[in-house]
Design a protein around this ligand. Structure first.
Ligand SMILES: Cc1cc2nc3c(=O)[nH]c(=O)nc-3n(C[C@H](O)[C@H](O)[C@H](O)COP(=O)(O)OP(=O)(O)OC[C@H]3O[C@@H](n4cnc5c(N)ncnc54)[C@H](O)[C@@H]3O)c2cc1C
Length: 427
């Protein structure tokens, strides 16, 4: 953690643009809505609410974008975390198409926000899914066909081994699925841009203002450090960093730590040899590897996770073997940054968005697909608070499961399940 910036020492923090200091909450404030948490969910909710004329206070325990939003891989995939083929089996075609449409709207909203607020976050197009097992080659072909035929999305292509290898220099991919309309971004800079836009729209942002509790009353009283906010509505947007603030939603998510590294700059020629473009890449493994080139030609690589409190002492050493497995040709390359973040997953990999009581809303559990869906969840929460609950209701009515063991004991069973799938992935 950098004492200078208050952000973890990541490549993103080192290349952050437009960091602003927001004050610490002190004294009593009134607002229409108090948003708790300054990641994509909270920032998007706050900005959309302010644009609809509401008076909003956002309380962030650390800095805006401090959590997963400012540390993540930056791959903005199309669709939901739950694949269309699985979603159709779960809910039928119509609901699956509706959810796909939401994700398309979420991607579009990101493009529009970047443009409208002039956010310098290195937005690029394209994503390749690298198939690491023969059995997923059929999945890639079927997904491409189904998206074109049933989702009005004719853009993807299934790639054979040679075509994949021409784009990404790893021999571990047997084929791929290329989506030219997915996006990549510098996620901390996008978070900082959203925060600036929210502040300019009138949101009062307070940093280093950790909420210790809030009353389940109407209006609610939200307490943070030396101050409090009395608000008609509360939005809980703490996700993997929720802790014990709200046990009523904590049991629905499993916090997971995931890790990234950034190499030294590789130079343009070597970078292009490794990945032939600025698209993002992830593979089909259960514990997914994901990577892309930064604008200064570093490989940003995510791989490896753990399921307990605390990160490995040597994150660079922890992630590097995952990178070398795909790119043994990078053995000579120095790793300049290593960092981790906490996201949350739900048992069925569907987002957990809803309303705990008439004036308390929440969004969490995007299961590794949160750049677009968290931002969209913030928007539909804002819509619901301002009286248009249609899209919010679709999310709120998605099935949810409580992790066995509830809030406190949900880890042991989940860790076993994770290990099972990781081993299954290898064989
Ligand atoms: C390493 C990593 C890689 C990832 N890669 C991708 C990717 O490539 N693509 C993708 O789509 N998704 C990815 N994700 C997931 C994505 O980052 C998250 O789904 C998304 O950022 C969640 O946003 P959020 O606002 O809900 O939560 P967060 O960004 O985690 O924000 C929660 C905020 O709440 C604050 N908070 C917590 N408690 C309190 C309190 N009591 N009072 C006040 N504030 C509080 C925290 O400080 C934090 O800033 C990744 C996640 C990680 C960790």
């Amino acid at each position: 953690m950098s004492e200078m910036t208050g952000y973890p020492d990541s490549f993103y923090a080192a290349t952050a643009v437009g960091v602003r200091d927001y004050p610490v909450l002190d004294g009593e404030r009134q607002a229409d809505v108090c948003v708790i948490g300054g990641g994509f969910t909270g920032l998007s909710a706050a900005l959309n609410l302010a644009e609809r004329g509401l008076d909003v206070v956002l309380l962030e325990a650390e800095r805006v974008g401090f959590g997963a939003s400012g540390r993540c891989g930056g791959l903005v995939g199309s669709g939901q975390r739950q694949e269309v083929l699985d979603a159709e089996k779960m809910f039928g075609l119509e609901r699956s198409q509706e959810l796909w449409g939401f994700a398309e709207a979420a991607k579009q909203e990101i493009r529009e926000r970047v443009e409208k607020h002039d956010i310098a976050c290195d937005l690029h197009r394209g994503q390749l899914v690298g198939v690491h097992k023969k059995r997923y080659l059929g999945w890639a072909r079927e997904t491409v066909d189904v998206l074109a035929e049933r989702y009005d999305y004719p853009f993807c292509a299934a790639l054979d081994r040679e075509e994949t290898h021409a784009r990404v220099a790893t021999s571990t991919f047997l084929g791929g699925l290329y989506d030219p309309e997915a996006l990549t971004m510098h996620p901390l800079n996008y978070s900082l841009g959203l925060a600036r836009a929210a502040a300019e729209a009138g949101v009062r942002i307070y940093e280093n203002s950790r909420v210790s509790r809030y009353s389940h009353t109407d209006p609610a009283i939200v307490e943070a450090g030396g101050g409090s906010v009395t608000a008609a509505f509360v939005v809980l947007a703490c996700n993997g960093y929720l802790g014990d603030l709200e046990p009523r939603v904590a049991g629905k998510i499993m916090p997971i730590n995931n890790f990234m590294i950034a190499t030294e700059p590789l130079g343009e020629a070597r970078a292009n040899e490794l990945i032939n473009g600025r698209f993002g890449v992830h593979d089909t493994r259960f514990v997914v590897n994901y990577f892309r080139m930064s604008d200064d030609h570093r490989l940003l690589f995510g791989g490896g996770e753990n399921y307990r409190a605390g990160f490995p002492a040597d994150i660079k050493g922890f992630v590097r073997p995952y990178m070398l497995k795909l790119f043994p040709q990078l053995r000579d390359v120095a790793i300049e940054y290593g960092w981790g973040g906490t996201l949350s997953v739900t048992a069925n990999r569907l987002p957990h968005v809803g309303r705990l009581q008439p004036n308390v809303f929440y969004g969490q559990g995007y299961s590794g697909h949160g750049i677009s869906i968290a931002s969209f969840a913030g928007k539909v929460i804002a819509e619901a608070i301002t009286g248009t609950a249609g899209r919010f209701d679709v999310f709120a009515n998605l099935p949810t499961h409580t992790f066995p063991g509830g809030t406190l004991l949900r880890y042991p069973g989940m860790v076993l399940a994770m290990l099972y799938y990781t081993i299954k992935d290898r064989i």
